[in-house]
Design a protein around this ligand. Sequence first.
Ligand code: KIV
Length: 292
Amino acid sequence: MSVKIETKPVSVRTFLNRKSENKKITVLTAYDCSTARYIDEAGVDCLLVGDSVGMTVLGYENTLQVTVEDMETFTRAVSRGAKHSLVVSDMPFLSYQVSKEKAIENAGRLIRAGAQAVKLEGAGELTLDIIKSLVEAGIAVVGHLGFTPQSINSIGGYYVQGKSYEQAVKLLEDAKKVQEAGAFSLVLEMVPEEVAKIVTEKLSIPTIGIGAGRYCDGQVLVIDDIIGKYGEFTPKFARKYADVKEIIFNSAKKYDEEVKSGVFPSEEHTFKMEKSEIEKFENYLKQIKGEK
Ligand code: KIV
C-alpha cells in the first residue's frame, strides 16, 4: 500500500530554496512509469532519468551506447508517473558535445518528452558554452562533475576523482565555471567527502552527491542499487534497502514449478461460461463431430 504525500510540485526554485534553507534534496533515478509513481508518492524531490538506464535496463556494459531516442522513451514513461517530483533527463554521450545547435535540438527533445531539466557531464570549454546556450534557450541544466561515466574510456575505469591537491583545485574551479555558465544544480560523483564539502560551501547552487559524502546539499542514487535489482554489483556508496533480485528470482522459480506441476492456474484464476452458453456450445460440438 502506498502512502500519498501531498506536496507542491518541485521546481528549479525549490532546489535553490532548499540550499538557502539548509534542507536536503533527494534524487533517485527512474526509468519506467510505475517505479516513477512510487518514488514520487514517497516524496522524493527529483526523478533522474539517468543514462545509467543503459546498464540497469538495456544491459550494456556502460552508458555510451544510450541514444537520444532511448532517453526520449524512458523520459516519457517517467514523466507520466511524476506528479510532484522534478524530472531531469540525462543527455546521452555525443548528444551535446558535437555542436550547440545539436545540443539545443536534443535537449529540446528531452524537454518535449516531459523532462523539466537536462543533465550533462563535464566542464570543458565546449560543454560550458553548451550549458550557456541551453540556459539561454530556456532549458534548465544540471551539471555533473567528478567521476563522469561518459568519459569512462578516457578515465580508464571507475575511479574516485579529486583525490590529489591539483585535482581538488581543478574540481572546485570547474564547479564554479558550471555554476557561472548557468546550471541550477551540480551532481558530484565519486569525490572525496572533504572536497565535496568545500565545493558545496563555495557554490550558491546546490550540489547533489553520489559517493561524495555527507555534506552535499542533496543525494542521488540509482534506484536499482537501493532495491537490489542490478545484479552485477552494488557500489560502495549505495545503501541496499531491499533485495528485489531475490524477489524476482524466487517468484519466477515458484511460478515455473507451479505451472509445470499443474498447481497454477487454479480455479480462482479462471473465467467461466454461463451454463446455457455451455449447452449451446456442446450442441454445436456434436454437430461438427468428426470434422477437423
Ligand atoms: O545516469 C545516472 O544514473 C547518473 C547518476 C549516477 C547521477 O548520472
